[in-house]
Design a protein around this ligand. Structure first.
Ligand SMILES: [Zn+2]
Ligand SMILES: [Zn+2]
Ligand SMILES: [Zn+2]
Length: 269
């Protein structure tokens, strides 16, 4: 399985789209892996998680062929994950030579808001309203949405994805997982876990996680024997407020073996 993380920043991007703080200035100056765009991950080129405003940039930068994407999962509708108006470009007149429909999956707010902007494109999209802790067949993958601790105004989802004998846990945006999610995960195996690290060394593990919480989650995974032999834990979704450059994050996480994501990183499992 090939997993590519396309965007690894929090909502504002890094450097922040309008920000002039010292961290953003430093990131601009250093460039490279310090430049982070808004969140998305793509699995085997066909299954995409989230559709951020930086999607077109991702297509150009990473030479993506989005016509291959048949299934799109939405975690939630914060703007850094959700820009459904651009999906209107996947209709006749704007795009050619791929099969319809694009299958879109998400919970309440995501499906509602997608239907609001894609109302004139019926037939080109199919919608599945996902219920947490129910397993869905998504192409050749099995996807189980789990509850996040994120925006209390909508149902935000984490995803446990099983495909070709491998298991990916997509764990952001979220704070410390709700008990029901921990309970569901109890006996599960994980080959790759992608975790929220928005808060860096700042305190706080509600709505988003920080470095300490990511390390604690890895500890629980190890204690419960959930990670497979070559199991990888990846930290992503970093806020500019934490002021940590890619190298700083790598140094902090080195003793734990946790990998620090950067835009375009490809993980094989
Ligand atoms: Zn986010
Ligand atoms: Zn800044
Ligand atoms: Zn969010």
């Amino acid at each position: 399985m090939k997993i590519q993380i396309l965007g690894t920043a929090a909502a504002e991007g890094f450097p922040g789209i309008f920000c002039n703080c010292k961290h953003c200035k430093k990131a601009r100056e250093l460039g490279g892996k310090n430049i982070r765009t808004r969140s998305s991950t793509i699995i085997d080129d066909t299954l995409k998680i989230d559709f951020p405003p930086d999607t077109y940039h991702h297509v150009l930068t990473h030479n993506l062929d989005l016509s291959k994407v048949e299934h799109l999962l939405f975690t939630h509708t914060h703007m850094d994950h959700f820009n459904p108006k651009d999906l209107g470009m996947r209709t006749p007149g704007f795009a050619h030579d791929f099969p319809y429909p694009l299958h879109i999956y998400g919970h309440d707010a995501a499906i509602y808001k997608c239907k609001e902007v894609l109302w004139h494109t019926e037939g080109y999209f199919s919608f599945t309203l996902m219920q947490p802790f129910t397993t869905y067949q998504v192409g050749t993958a099995k996807v189980t949405p789990l509850l996040a601790d994120h925006n209390p105004l909508e149902t935000c989802l984490l995803f446990y994805i099983e495909k070709d004998g491998k298991r990916v846990f997509h764990g952001h945006d979220t704070g410390w997982f709700p008990e029901s999610t921990w309970e569901w995960l109890r006996d599960k195996k994980i080959d790759v876990a992608i975790l929220d690290c928005t808060n860096g060394l700042l305190p706080g593990r509600r709505n988003h996680l920080n470095i300490e919480a990511v390390l604690d989650i890895q500890k629980v995974f190890l204690e419960r024997n959930m990670l497979t032999e070559n199991g990888q834990v990846i930290a992503t979704h970093f806020s500019h407020n934490i002021g940590l450059m890619h190298k700083d994050l790598e140094e902090i996480f080195a003793p734990s073996g946790i990998k620090v994501a950067y835009d375009g990183i490809v993980l094989e499992t």
